[in-house]
Design a protein around this ligand. Structure first.
Ligand code: PHB
Length: 391
């Protein structure tokens, strides 16, 4: 009798404790990372995962009392059906608290409805089409948008005596975004578009386009293709087909001169002017520390915009959990993420409270050889720049 009463008392005490403490207090924080870890965009997954892990290595893997558990799923690149299945499994089977990653726009678009239905925060670490954040109220983005990076290079070109431009973009959402914004900003500043092409997003053959461009005699080509091998191929063709020799300039968003492929591009990249939110050579205390730590952790890779987005994504998650006391439920998470500010290796950043997109400095850079290494050297900037691509 006495025993039963005691057991009953401790049961009530235990229940009281459970009610008084948030259920989340000691539970792990499960983050499902959906990334291209294989296929033509495997470097995106590698770089983002590098950044995520570096953040945990430096800051510890316990956020507001919850141990961070990463579950990485390979979506193989441009394969939205795989993203959808991966997200469903992560939510239903693995019971993740947060969905994160997303190398390419179609991946983020495919998962947005799942985040909405499951009310899970979705942290976008690369996919850069402007409208992505409008596809679910649970999305927050820490990377960039194409209009955000295309507008500053369009203004720079117009201010620097470039009047006639030929645009070349990958024929999918981020390419259309880049083309639309470039044209808008450039023509508003008095520039003229003398031709435009859209290239296949998968393994394009650039030769026929390059001849057309040469025949149109533009002063410059504005290019957006997804970072990586396509940029190397375009740059090679640009030199081999005599466009560079004909005096045609190449301008682009910094996806082209991504540090991950800059060494492979080699000397033809010298002098190319781009606009972008991150450069390995960015001069700041935070970036110096980031680049040094990165080199130590990953001696065979160079830090780039994708790694920094993975790193900042984890930083945002930690800051949000601090604010919510460990609560990662979709509504609480997004409410706390709105307006969040922090110092990134790229410079000061914040989350726009209205759009949940990132506000950041966009830099104008030129490829130069620095200490024997090709680098994007920043020489101008547009501070606290919001995505101009939202309706
Ligand atoms: C995208 O698919 O949104 C994307 C991919 C590669 C980039 C930028 C954007 O370099």
């Amino acid at each position: 009798m006495k025993m039963t009463r005691l057991a009953g008392a401790s049961l009530i005490a235990a229940l009281g404790l459970a009610l008084a403490w948030p259920a989340t207090a000691a539970e792990p924080l499960k983050i499902g990372l959906i990334l291209p870890m294989s296929g033509p965009f495997a470097a995106y997954g590698k770089q983002i995962e590098n950044g995520v892990k570096l953040y945990l290595q430096q800051n510890g893997d316990v956020f507001s009392g919850r141990k961070v558990e990463l579950i990485v799923r390979d979506d193989t690149g441009l394969a939205p059906a795989i993203d959808k299945r991966a997200a469903q499994e992560l939510v239903v089977k693995d019971k993740v608290d947060i969905l994160a990653g997303f190398g390419l726009t179609p991946s983020a678009m495919a998962v947005a409805p799942i985040a909405t239905e499951a009310k899970k925060p979705m942290v976008v670490m690369n996919a850069a089409t402007s409208s992505i954040t409008t596809k679910s109220p649970y999305i927050v983005r820490v990377s960039m948008t194409l209009p955000q990076n295309a507008a500053p290079i369009a203004s720079w070109a117009a201010k620097n005596a470039i009047r006639k431009v030929f645009t070349v973009v990958a024929d999918y959402a981020p390419g259309i975004d880049a083309e639309t914004q470039f044209k808008k900003t450039f023509t508003a500043a008095g520039g003229e578009i003398v031709g435009e092409v859209r290239t296949p997003p998968r393994s394009p053959e650039f030769s026929p386009f390059l001849q057309r461009i040469k025949d149109a005699h533009p002063q410059a080509v504005f290019l957006f293709v997804p970072a990586g091998q396509q940029g190397i191929a375009f740059m090679k063709g640009f030199a081999e087909r005599g466009l560079a020799a004909a005096g045609i300039k190449l301008i682009a968003t910094g996806d082209l001169t991504d540090e991950d492929v800059l060494d492979a591009m080699g000397d033809p990249a010298l002098g190319v002017i781009t606009s972008f939110h991150y450069a390995e050579s960015h001069r700041s205390r935070e970036n110096k520390a980031y680049v040094e730590a990165y080199a130590k952790a990953y001696p065979n890779d160079r830090p780039n915009f994708m790694s920094v987005a993975g790193y900042d994504g984890m930083h945002l998650i930690e800051l949000v959990l601090k604010k919510t006391g460990g609560n990662a439920d979709g509504d609480a998470f997004i409410a706390a993420a709105r307006g969040m500010k922090w110092m990134s290796p790229r410079g000061p950043v914040s989350i726009d409270p209205a759009t949940r997109d990132i506000v950041q400095t966009v830099y104008i850079r030129k490829v130069e050889r620095v200490d024997g290494k090709l680098q994007n050297v920043e020489f101008d900037q547009v501070p606290a720049f919001r995505d101009p691509g939202k309706p």
